[in-house]
Design a protein around this ligand. Structure first.
Ligand code: GDP
Length: 465
C-alpha cells in the first residue's frame, strides 16, 4: 500500500437545503468524471490530462456510502425518474489518475488523487449556533419564532402543549416524548409549507438521518418565562437532553465531518423562491444566513477555537439553471451573488476563496425559439413531470412542451425586493433527460449539463495540476 499512502485525498463537501440539488449534483459529477464527459472548461479534462477516474471503496467504514448506482438506476428507468433526495450524510470515493502539468512529476509516471465526496443536509449546519447557546436562551428564541405569523397555524398544537407543560413539574418521559413529537411535527409542517424555512433547529428535527426515533431527539423547548427550575423538574430534564444533543450529535458532526472538509460547494435553489416571489426570497436569505454562519470567520471565532477549519475554497452554486434560457444564466449568478453577499455579511471574512456560479448538473431541457405575435421568444423545451400545469393544461409526464420561462431582471436587486411579483417567471418541473444507451465502445454517453465543468474547475483543477 506504499503507493496509496502517497496519494493525496481531497475531501469535497456538498451541501444545501433540502431539494437544492445535492443528489443530482453528485451523481452527475461522478458520472461525468468516470465516463470522461465533455467538460471543456474543466482544464485538466480539456487538456486531455485525465487518464481515467473510477470508484473505490470509501475509507470510512462507519459512514454510509452515497448510493450512486441506485440514483443512476432511477435516472435510467423508462420514463426516467429523479432519484431520492439526500436525507443523511453519505460519502463516496473517486480516484482520478492524471498526467501532471509538471515535467518533473510526469517523470515519476501517472499521478493520482482520491476525491472523497461528502454529501450532507445543509439543515445540519444550522445547529452550529446551538453549541454556543444555553437551553434557556434557545427556549426563548424558539417560542418567539413559533408565534411568527407564517408559523402560527403550524405551531398551534405545540403551543397548546406549552401552556400545559409546567417547567417545574416533575420530570416525565411521556410528557417529554409528547413535546418532542409535537415540536418536530410543527417544524416539519412549517418546512413542508415553506422549503426555505428559517429556524433555530435543531437540524435533526427536520432531517433526523440515522437518528430517526432516537432518544437523543426526545426534548423540546418549554415556555420558561422567568421560571427558575430545579433538579428533577421537566425543564431540567429537557435542558440535560439539549446538552446531550449538542455533545453527542452536533459536536461529532462538526468534528468528524465538517472540519475535515478541504473544499465546499453550497447548492442553492434560487429559482423556486423567485418563482414564488414576495417573502420567499427573504426567507431564503434568512435560511442561508443561518446555514452560512459556519463559514464566517469573524462571528464564529469560537468555532475555530473548538474545531480546526481548513476549507480553502467555497463555491455557491444556483442549481437547475436549465429552467431558464441561457441568456439569463449570468443574471441568475448575479442574483445568487447578492443573496450570498448579504447572507454572509458584506464585511465577512471567510478565509477561503469564494466563487458563485449558476449551473444545471443534469440538464433536462433544450433551447428553442418560438414565434409569439410575430416576435421570436427564447424558450426551453422539455417533458413536464406528471401533474405539472402550463396555461391550464395538465401534463401527463410524457408530452413535450415549449415554455417561455420569462427573463430574470437585469438588476439582481429588483428580483430580491420583498414585493417583487414573480412577474412573468414561470418554472415547471421537468423529467430528467433520457440516458442514452452505450455507444459502439460500450461506454455510456455522459450526462448533459450546464456549467458543471466550470464548477469542477474551480473546485478541483489546482489539485490536478
Ligand atoms: P437534494 O435534496 O439536495 O439531494 O436534492 P435533489 O438532488 O434530489 O434535487 C431535488 C429535485 O430538484 C430533483 O428531484 C429534481 O426535480 C430537481 N433538480 C435537481 N437538479 C436539477 C437539475 O440540474 N435540473 C433540473 N431540471 N432539475 C433538477
Amino acid at each position: 500500500m506504499f503507493t496509496d499512502m502517497m496519494t493525496p485525498t481531497l475531501r469535497l463537501g456538498v451541501t444545501g437545503l433540502s431539494r437544492a440539488g445535492k443528489t443530482i449534483f453528485i451523481t452527475a459529477l461522478i458520472r461525468n468524471l468516470v465516463s470522461g464527459g465533455r467538460l471543456p472548461f474543466f482544464l485538466p479534462e480539456a487538456e486531455g490530462r485525465i487518464e481515467r477516474a473510477y470508484l473505490e471503496p470509501q475509507p470510512d467504514d462507519a459512514v454510509p456510502r452515497f448510493d450512486y448506482e441506485g440514483h443512476l438506476a432511477a435516472l435510467s428507468r423508462d420514463p426516467p425518474d429523479w432519484p431520492e433526495s439526500t436525507r443523511r450524510l453519505s460519502q463516496l470515493r473517486v480516484t482520478i489518475e492524471y498526467r501532471s502539468e509538471s515535467a518533473l512529476r510526469r517523470a515519476f509516471g501517472i499521478s493520482r488523487l482520491h476525491l472523497d465526496v461528502v454529501d450532507y443536509p445543509g439543515e445540519w449546519l444550522i445547529d452550529l449556533p446551538l453549541l454556543n447557546m444555553s437551553y434557556d436562551a434557545w427556549c426563548a428564541e424558539a417560542v418567539a419564532q413559533a408565534t411568527a405569523p407564517r408559523r402560527q397555524a403550524h405551531s398551534t398544537a405545540w403551543r397548546t402543549f406549552l401552556e400545559t407543560a409546567n417547567p417545574n413539574a416533575p420530570q416525565d418521559e411521556q410528557i417529554a416524548l409528547r413535546g418532542a413529537q409535537l415540536f418536530g411535527d410543527y417544524l416539519r409542517a412549517a418546512r413542508a409549507d415553506d422549503h426555505v424555512l428559517h429556524t433555530t433547529g435543531p437540524g435533526r428535527f427536520l432531517l433526523p438521518g440515522d437518528l430517526e426515533g432516537s432518544p437523543l431527539l426526545t426534548f423540546c423547548p418549554l415556555a420558561l418565562g422567568d421560571a427558575r427550575y430545579g433538579r428533577g423538574s421537566l425543564a431540567a430534564m429537557m435542558a440535560r437532553r439539549f446538552e446531550s444533543y449538542k455533545s453527542h450529535v452536533v459536536k461529532p458532526f462538526f468534528r468528524d465531518h465538517f472540519s475535515r472538509l478541504d473544499r465546499q460547494i453550497v447548492l442553492v435553489d434560487v429559482l423556486g423562491p423567485l418563482n414564488e416571489g414576495g417573502d420567499a426570497i427573504v426567507d431564503l436569505e434568512r435560511a442561508l444566513e443561518a446555514v452560512l454562519s459556519v463559514f464566517r470567520t469573524g462571528s464564529a471565532n469560537w468555532f475555530s477555537a473548538l474545531f480546526t477549519r481548513r476549507i480553502d475554497k467555497l463555491l455557491f452554486a444556483a442549481t437547475k439553471a436549465d429552467h431558464i434560457h441561457s441568456s439569463s444564466h449570468d443574471r441568475l449568478e448575479a442574483i445568487l451573488r447578492v443573496i450570498t453577499d448579504r447572507a454572509m455579511g458584506r464585511a465577512a471574512e471567510t478565509g477561503a476563496e469564494v466563487g458563485v456560479q449558476a449551473l444545471a448538473a443534469l440538464r433536462a431541457t433544450r433551447e428553442a425559439e418560438a414565434k409569439v405575435d410575430g416576435e421570436l421568444l427564447p424558450c426551453i423545451v422539455g417533458v413536464p413531470m406528471p401533474g405539472e400545469r402550463i396555461a391550464g393544461k395538465v401534463f401527463d409526464g410524457r408530452a413535450q412542451a415549449a415554455v417561455f420561462p420569462g427573463d430574470l431582471p437585469a438588476n439582481p436587486r429588483d428580483a430580491l425586493k420583498r414585493d417583487a411579483a414573480p412577474a412573468g417567471l414561470h418554472f415547471v418541473r421537468f423529467r430528467p433527460p433520457r440516458l442514452l444507451p452505450p455507444g459502439g465502445d460500450g461506454e455510456s454517453p455522459p450526462l448533459p449539463n450546464i456549467r458543471l465543468d466550470r464548477a469542477l474547475d474551480f473546485l478541483l483543477s489546482d489539485w490536478l495540476a
